[in-house]
Design a protein around this ligand. Structure first.
Ligand code: ADP
Ligand code: MG
Length: 387
């Protein structure tokens, strides 16, 4: 994170509010390496942070006023009173930062107002979690300024509550934890049941590999109803199997569990994805910890097939990225994020980056799809103060 970015955001803050900010903070977007739709089943996920960040310049206020401005939204400064913040009252972008202030106050932390200006390089709605970056950067800034002493995982919980209750989006805990807790050169192995976590070395450049993110440019906005259906189906599966969450179905007992589900065809597919996906996360962790990084490629491809065929949340654009990348020499590829659009990830030898990228771009052109946006994802730092 360059000093220049912090300086520019601080300068704009000063123009808007007439005084320098007390500090500047950054929080990243994320890519999930493996562990998709496991987080609301108490399972495992493995995100890493992107170099793309939401950056916020913030100062405290003591008069109960909250002023919000985003460089990326064509609207002026929005002024609110912290005492008036109420869940699901705001359908605009300001619900994310306001929700964090609301969640902190509701948890008993004395936050008496703030002036906030933010700018983000995390693409919005691309499955890279611009919303969690936004929440976590505000939470960390207020945690520091108001000396709340909260740890990363606690900030993540409060941000999740802000998004679930204040914004009204039923998201899991992965995105906020990734933004708050990731470390450069590592992926974060997170148990979403108890939030225990382990930093797993994931320094691809040192081993001659690259990880590409391919943003299909297909917005995942219509996915909410589908997400709800999958979630309900998973809950039904857990209930039918008599467990608290699908996390509790051991991989070794999957076949027996599927048999018990009888003719519940859809639930069987959902259960099979979640249980095998948890196993894939554990396999990827073991491979990375033993230094066998290239061997995770086929596991990523297996994960994609499971999301496409069992969970049924892929789309033609995501499938085309994965099929084309694998056919042109990539080590592995899969869709990442909620599905129905958004981004795919591609693991490749550094020497093959150009060939794989070109093959995907040509395949999209041939299919008549909007050109994808391809960029390299370097596992980067989590939320931090930058000024
Ligand atoms: P994702 O988290 O996958 O990018 P979401 O729909 O969860 O997609 O979050 C996107 C929303 O977050 C945007 O519609 C907007 O309200 C808010 N947001 C993201 N980035 C910014 C930004 N730079 N400024 C203001 N609001 C933003
Ligand atoms: Mg989001």
């Amino acid at each position: 994170m360059s000093e220049a970015v912090a300086g520019a955001v601080a300068e704009r803050f000063t123009q808007l509010y007439g005084a320098e900010p007390e500090g500047v903070w950054a929080a990243p977007g994320r890519v999930n390496l493996i562990g998709e739709h496991t987080d609301y089943n108490d399972g495992f996920v493995m995100p890493f942070a992107l170099p793309h960040t939401a950056v916020a310049a913030v100062s405290r206020r003591e008069d109960g006023v909250l002023r919000l401005h985003s460089a990326d939204i064509d609207a002026g400064v929005v002024e609110l009173r912290v005492a008036d913040l109420a869940p699901e009252s705001d359908k605009n972008w300001t619900a994310y930062p306001s929700g964090v202030v609301w969640a902190l106050r509701e948890a008993g932390h004395e936050v008496t107002g703030a002036d906030i200006h933010l700018a983000s390089t995390v693409p919005s709605g691309a499955g890279l979690s611009s919303s969690a970056a936004l929440e976590v950067v505000i939470a960390l800034a207020l945690n520091d300024l108001y000396a709340l002493g909260l740890r990363g995982w606690q900030l993540a919980r409060l941000c999740q509550r802000a998004e679930n209750v204040y914004v009204g989006a039923p998201v899991g805990i992965m995105d906020q934890t990734a933004a708050a807790c990731c470390e450069a050169g590592h992926a974060l192995f997170l148990d979403t049941r108890d939030l225990s976590q382990r930093q797993i070395p994931f320094d691809l450049a040192a081993e001659g590999m690259r990880l590409l993110v391919v943003d299909t440019q297909v917005k995942h906005s219509h996915s909410e109803g589908e997400y709800g259906k999958r979630r309900a189906g998973c809950e039904k599966g857990a209930a039918l199997l008599g467990v608290d969450a699908l996390r509790d179905v051991p991989y070794a007992e999957l076949d027996a569990a599927l048999e018990r589900l009888g003719d519940e065809e859809e639930v069987r597919r959902l259960v099979r994805h979640v249980v095998t996906e948890d196993e894939r996360v554990e396999r990827v962790v073991a491979l990375l910890e033993s230094g066998d990084t290239r061997a995770i490629g086929p596991v990523l491809a297996e994960g994609h097939a499971s999301l496409r065929d069992d969970f049924r949340i892929s789309c033609p654009e995501l499938d085309l990225v994965v099929d084309t990348a694998l056919a042109s020499g990539a080590l592995g590829a899969r869709m990442t994020g909620g599905g129905f659009g958004g981004s795919a990830i591609v693991l490749t030898e550094a020497a093959d980056v150009d060939a794989v990228t070109k093959a995907v771009e040509e395949a999209f052109a041939a299919a008549g799809f909007t050109a994808p946006r391809v960029f390299e994802a370097v596992p980067s730092a989590g939320a931090r103060r930058i000024r």
